[in-house]
Ligand binder design. Sequence first.
Ligand code: DAH
Length: 340
Amino acid sequence: MDIEKILQQFDVDINKATNCDELIEIRQNYLGKSGHLSQVMRMMKDIAPSERKSFGEKVNNAKDRVESLLRTKKEELEKLAIENELKNAKIVDLTVPCSENVGSLHPITIVQERIVEIFKSMGFSVEDGDEIETEYNNFESVNVPKNHPARDMQDTFYLDNGELLKTQTSAGQNKIMRKYGAPLRVIFPGRCFRNEELDASHENTFFQVEGMMIDENISISNLIYFMKTMLSNVFGKNVEVRLRPGFFPFVEPGFELDCSCPYCGGHGCNVCKHSGWIELCPCGMIHPKVLEMGGIDTDKYQGFAFGLGLSRLTMMTFDIDDIRKLNSGELKTLKQVKVK
Ligand code: DAH
């Protein structure tokens, strides 16, 4: 077969091609192992030696031409395919507000933002904490030395370099004291991690909001006032608070703070297990050792600290019965919660 005829036939074929699959077939027919041009190349041995060079050139030029036309045609067809897709696509007005499947803030974020707003209005600043912490920040600096039994309750995930995933937002206390000194009003929300047996009220990943107020003449009365104001705001109604003794190495005295049940007004219901009170926020007066390690002059300043269980408060606020749902990405639960 002569080269001219092959090229003429190629032009006919390529002009008829309407999609990339057809182009693959055409390539095979002309350039493939037993394609037309490869067969022509095999005729070389029958050509007179003096004409071989020009024959070889002719075949190679023909191959180049086929290659280049195939490439151009492929680009053309791809462009056309996109244009067709766009032409047939349902045109949506992107400015029309969407009524279904609207994303929303995570329930934890919603409650955290409320708490942040309340504390800001009371003159507190908000700090961001790290999730990977040194052992010193997480334990030693808050008066939990190595071998202290309190460490047993907060086993966590250790990194090869000895750092750990923080078990409590209290891990931020020392850094923040050192950064700002006294007087200080600050809250620092954060994600915490513990090696837990999982159940409806225990997760390996959960959220807390830590707070500190350090100034001259700070007493338990200040602590009670701020906690009562914050909780009344979160629940949108006036609540009472009460303190019971509680042990935490970083506070002295330390307390468990209960809040009168906002759902039944203290008369007793399922949420408060018919006691009228809900245990919500461990707290206390910051231990002088912790203040000293943070570089605070303990002759002049005292302070209170608290560690609010944000995951727990979120569950109460939105009536979520299992803490594991909060991190599950399970839309059935998360969708029920809308910013109010
Ligand atoms: N860090 C404690 C925990 O996770 C909670 C806590 C208790 C924080 C008392 C405080 C505090 O600041 O004063 O169990």
